[in-house]
Design a protein around this ligand. Sequence first.
Ligand SMILES: Cc1ncc(COP(=O)(O)O)c(C=O)c1O
Length: 362
Amino acid sequence: MTIAHTSSELSPELLNRLDAIELTDPLGFSKVMAPVMAVAYYRDGAWETPRLTGLEPMDLWPHTQALHYGQALFEGMKAYRNLGDAVPGASALLFRPFEHARRMNRTALRLGMPELPEQVYVETLERLVSAVDKLVPNRQGQSLYLRPTMFGATADLSVVPSTEFCFVVLATPSDAFFTAPISAWIERLFSRAGPGGTGNVKAAGNYAASFAAAAKLGEKGFHQLLWLDAATHTQLEEFTAMNVFVRRGDRLLTPPLSDTILAGITRDSLLRLGPTLGLDMREEPVAVDEVIDAVRSGEEVELFGCGTGAVVAPVELLGDDSGLRLPLPGREVASRLRQHMLDLQHGLIPGPEGWQWPVPKS
Ligand SMILES: Cc1ncc(COP(=O)(O)O)c(C=O)c1O
């Protein structure tokens, strides 16, 4: 089920804008935006066919619904340079794009927005990546980050859902998010998500709600917030944009999915890959104090985040505002999983059906 796009859909002007871009290290993140985006509007109860167009400012009324009531969502994906022989003929690879399409639609339904047919979602990403193939970096770990977004576009101050929506896909060549182990701040005051809320979908507002808590990270010298459950602040939930795994000896634990945890596609991939690598993967609640006690008692413990952006990010230091500063030396299994994921994503080793989605160059 691949959709081949062999000739460029771009205007001569856009081809010129694309030609003018030279990728130079460091790529960073969101520093160089692809000059092309995909866009489609939903009007009168139907999506129009997405089109590729130049990246330009958008005309929005100040009373556009998404700006006031947050009817907005996003997905995060990457196109990887195909560096191996596992997927012959592809210039770039998307990773499990239909899973992302399904998750976007779950978010859309939760926020009162229309679903986009999965095939249209994947085809749109293919067309965009194929058209800007030269912006897919060639080094393992680097990628063309893809940002599908949908928002309520009706200009109306009434607190009701939009009737018009905009679907946009942006692309930006990017470096690996983390190349060294990170530090994580256990958030014991604020909560990311509550039961019955929107924590299990990619609602834009979830991220805005994390910013006040995240403001302290810089001053404390920490990288990421590690969120606990809202009711008791004792159980691990996830990071702001990554799921969490804890290794205790032979067991790899991740909290079970709930309405407060996003069903990460990387999390799911690790749960499936683990057993093939001889790992004992378990979805079980993990109390933060048990992790701290286990580290202090000298048990072999690893803690890591996983997500499309970070792939797998080992945590080397846990902190909190009680003064905890707990080094975590272990990262052997996290590093192995990270490498395995990157090898799959770049087509160096074969993966399960549908995981390595080929995109030809246009
Ligand atoms: C809250 C949250 N948890 C987990 C993840 C990881 O999900 P995925 O592996 O699908 O990128 C993300 C990233 O999208 C996220 O925003």
